[in-house]
Design a protein around this ligand. Structure first.
Ligand code: PXP
Length: 250
């Protein structure tokens, strides 16, 4: 069965809208993360951006301290972030492009163009016991290039699939892309995760994609938590991730 990683960045987005530059404020992303863990999520993702637009260093430090499930530390491949990862030693690091917007318009990492730098970071982090995953577009060339870097995992960018809901044919094409990339990644021996733009509707279609191990979902869970709370929002998502969920075919 799929595992669920909850990305709690947007709780910090809300906090920073009022408390930017201050040492505390609400909502607290760590409290949110702990509620998600109580509801049964399998990991927590947080992205420390260079511009600190949502998650702050202190959030990452507290998460690393408080979590009883793996922390998936999302970061750009910079020396500052590599040093931070080596300091907090999360279970996973997910390397992402640094300048991308919140809403999916850009693709995943340029693994082909930056293969040397990415391979060097994989080597440094993985020799410290941190599993590295590369956030990539679901394309054959990029999956193969990811394997060549030595990364143990890939996270397939589901943004294009998520944005294709207005056209069934585009949606089918995006699902096919994900299916091929997942099969290829699995056959090459890397762990295949997926994420970005997944929500309570499109998750039902994602059951067509084989080989996925963990889904990283943020915005839709945080948004739903505003009305039903984190524990219920996570339980509702976990129910839709069950293989036997009504639309599921996994
Ligand atoms: N995976 C990665 C690598 C991401 O960068 C994000 C968003 O920051 C997500 C998953 C979660 O995306 P969403 O918030 O749209 O669920």
């Amino acid at each position: 069965m799929w595992k669920l990683g909850v990305n709690i960045d947007h709780t910090a987005t809300l906090r920073e809208a009022r408390y930017r530059g201050l040492s505390r404020g609400e909502p607290d992303p760590v409290e949110a993360a702990l509620a998600c863990v109580r509801a049964g999520c399998h990991s927590i993702t947080a992205h420390l951006r260079e511009d600190r637009r949502h998650i702050q260093d202190r959030d990452i430090d507290r998460l690393a301290e408080a979590l009883t499930v793996p922390l998936n530390f999302e970061m750009a491949n910079t020396s500052e972030m590599v040093a931070k990862a080596l300091q907090i030693k999360p279970a996973y690091v997910c390397l992402v492009p640094e300048k991308r917007e919140e809403v999916t318009t850009e693709g995943g990492l340029d693994v082909v163009g930056q293969s040397e730098q990415i391979a060097a970071t994989c080597q440094r982090l993985q020799s410290a016991g941190i599993e590295v995953s590369l956030f990539i577009d679901p394309d054959e060339e990029v999956v193969k290039a990811s394997k060549a870097t030595g990364a143990l995992a890939i996270e397939l960018h589901t943004g294009a699939f998520a944005e294709s809901y207005e056209s069934e044919s585009v949606q089918d094409a995006e699902l096919t892309r994900l299916i091929h990339a997942a099969e290829l990644g699995h056959s090459l021996g890397v762990k295949v995760n997926a994420g970005h733009g997944l929500n309570y509707e499109n998750i039902k279609l994602l059951h067509r994609v084989p080989r996925l191990e963990e889904l990283n979902i943020g915005h839709s869970i945080v948004a739903r938590a505003l009305s039903v709370g984190f524990e219920t929002a996570v339980r509702q998502m976990l129910a839709l991730m069950e293989p036997a969920s009504p639309q599921g075919s996994q």
